[in-house]
Ligand binder design. Structure first.
Ligand code: TMP
Ligand code: ASP
Length: 254
């Protein structure tokens, strides 16, 4: 029986109280949502793949000295994380024009950007996560100027790492979203990468065919979402070559 206290439930994850103070358990659900949940579907096995892919990315970030909330994976759907105070921002880093940037500015999808661009969105479902500037963020106290410097330098480091990681497996990192949190340790507070980084929160295109290997397959009704996530996991060496993840019997490497 599950007696853990549920702290928060979002669209794709649930947070439970952790085994020790200052820790939480992050549980990955199979729910796929888009456009602020106007579109919703259960995709059997998606949570298992995102848990594994996000674990791989966050462990690598930790190993490189880029601080994150991640401690370790607990099981197929759950990971142990440090409790942080989430900064209410979606930090988007773009390398190639796509999605809302292409729509807003009329730049063809697939156009390489002259340099990586960082954008901020205020995390607020009722308002539909509006885009905001550093001016709004510091004026309204969502983060202070020092924290914004830390967030931007983390975003650039994470982008550099992810670009290289995916390039090595024939995938172009078009853009991604990350979230940050304040980690309180003794008298110190520092900004760390939080939430998840997975094909739900990245645009990943096959380097040669430009095939989409991310949540746009769901947003744009293209089908094949699970197969695309499996392909990402397989290329990262997280899934054996002929395996398939289903809701019931996923077999992951390690
Ligand atoms: P966008 O082009 O729709 O603004 O998305 C930019 C990136 O952020 C893309 O990789 C998808 C990701 N993203 C999320 O993870 N959550 C969201 O709610 C949105 C709108 C985008
Ligand atoms: N995650 C957001 C939602 O569920 C939107 C998106 O990723 O497109 O509405």
């Amino acid at each position: 029986m599950n007696r853990r206290r549920r702290i928060y439930e979002g669209k794709a994850k649930i947070l439970y109280e952790g085994p020790e103070p200052g820790t939480l358990v992050q549980h990955f659900k199979d729910d796929a949502t888009a456009f602020n949940k106007k579109k919703h579907q259960i995709v059997d096995g998606k949570g298992v793949l995102n848990n594994r892919i996000s674990e791989y990315i966050f462990s690598n970030l930790n190993d490189m000295g880029i601080p994150t909330h991640f401690i370790r994976r607990l099981n197929m759907r759950e990971q142990l994380i440090r409790e942080v105070e989430i900064i209410p921002l979606e930090v988007v880093v773009r390398n190639v024009a796509a999605g809302s940037l292409s729509e807003r500015l009329g730049i063809d999808e697939g156009t390489p950007l002259p340099r990586s661009i960082i954008e901020f969105y205020y995390k607020n479902d009722e308002l539909g996560d509006p885009m905001v500037s550093e001016e709004h963020i510091t004026a309204f106290g969502w983060a202070n100027p020092q924290e914004m410097d830390d967030i931007m330098s983390l975003a650039i480091r994470v982008n550099d790492f992810l670009c290289g990681l995916f390039l090595g497996v024939g995938i172009r990192l078009v853009d991604f979203k990350m979230e940050c949190g304040r980690l309180y340790e003794n008298d110190m507070v520092r900004i760390v990468v939080a939430d998840e980084i997975s094909p739900d929160s990245c645009r990943l295109w096959d380097m040669t065919s430009n095939e989409k290997l991310d949540k746009d397959r769901f947003r744009r009704d293209m089908g094949g979402l699970l197969e695309a996530y499996q392909e990402v996991a397989r290329r990262l060496g997280l899934l054996n070559s002929n395996e398939r993840v289903t809701g019931t019997g996923p077999v992951l490497v390690q």
